[in-house]
Ligand binder design. Structure first.
Ligand SMILES: Nc1ncnc2c1ncn2[C@@H]1O[C@H](COP(=O)(O)OP(=O)(O)OP(=O)(O)O)[C@@H](O)[C@H]1O
Length: 268
């Protein structure tokens, strides 16, 4: 896919600093002839959570959809530890959980689906499902169909499905935005737990500044289109982060800084 359809000459790929997982170089994306991304470069660290935050319509979802390969790029290159997307296991959690799970499959079969697709044996699938059920502390019946579950339960199942094949990268597009507060807290803690257990690189698109900072090692702030990096704000509070974290001076300072940059970009 690299450089597909690009009219600009592709610059020679250069690696990111040590610890970089995903390198984005010279990314171009146009919609209706107008550039959303035009020569965009970004290094995404390995084994960290990066939240993506920015003005409405700046291209947050488009960015992770291009990383996931769900939409094509018009130029540039995205590499994962120097490998292409085809050689990389990526998990994706959609905002709209109602459309994410197959309605004709029981929830457990939905979660197992990517494993079956990869040709895992029945025993191996069973073992992986047992692991996931234990680590998520699932208290509802996964033999039900998705439409028989609550929204939060469906989104939990979507996250389990994304994690089932032990992906190298997990992309989450506003995974909490359609959930109530109780379910948001539950899933947020589960994600934090999974991250602490596995150290999987995660990219989280968020509209909620508190949530963006709470889970992140860094917040990537984007500008209005043509989209550039406004700033990358680091947050190095150790995990697990808890409700007490929300009133910590360090958390409040990072949130304030993030908000200031966001407001500057919105007014620009
Ligand atoms: N398929 C498409 N065709 C035309 N324009 C598109 C398409 N997809 C996205 N866009 C445009 O690209 C821009 C970025 O969209 P995107 O959904 O990535 O932004 P976002 O930052 O995630 O938005 P929001 O904050 O509203 O969720 C928007 O102006 C949008 O209208």
């Amino acid at each position: 896919m690299a450089g597909q359809g690009s009219t600009a000459p592709l610059r020679r790929h250069y690696p990111g600093p040590p610890g970089t997982h995903i390198t984005i170089r010279g990314l171009v994306k146009r919609f209706a002839g107008s550039a959303l991304y035009d020569g965009f470069d970004l290094d995404i660290p390995k084994g960290q959570i990066m939240s993506v935050f920015g003005p409405n319509g700046c291209g947050k979802s488009t960015l992770i959809n291009m990383i996931a390969g769900l939409i094509p790029i018009d130029g540039g290159e995205i590499l994962f530890d120097g490998k292409t997307r085809q050689d990389t296991k990526i998990g994706y959690v959609f905002q709209n959980y109602r459309e994410a799970l197959f309605p004709w499959m029981r929830t457990l079969d939905n979660i197992a689906y990517p494993l079956v697709l990869q040709g895992w044996s029945k025993d191996r699938v069973r073992r992986r499902l047992d692991e996931l059920i234990a680590s998520f502390g699932i208290g509802f019946d996964l033999h039900r169909y998705p439409y028989e579950l609550s929204g939060g339960q469906q989104q939990t199942a979507s996250i389990m499905r994304a994690l089932a094949p032990e992906p190298e990268v997990v992309l989450l597009d506003e995974p909490f935005s359609a959930l109530d507060f109780e379910m948001t807290l539950f899933i947020r803690e589960k994600l934090q737990q999974v991250f602490m257990d596995t150290g999987t690189t995660m990219i989280l698109v968020s509209h909620d500044i508190e949530e963006a900072v709470y889970l992140a090692d860094q917040v990537l702030l984007l500008t209005k289109r043509p989209t550039r990096i406004a700033e990358q704000v680091l947050y190095d509070e150790p995990r697990p982060r808890t409700v007490d974290t929300l009133s910590d001076a360090g958390f409040v300072a990072v949130k304030k800084r993030t908000l200031e940059i966001f407001q500057r970009e919105v007014r620009r």
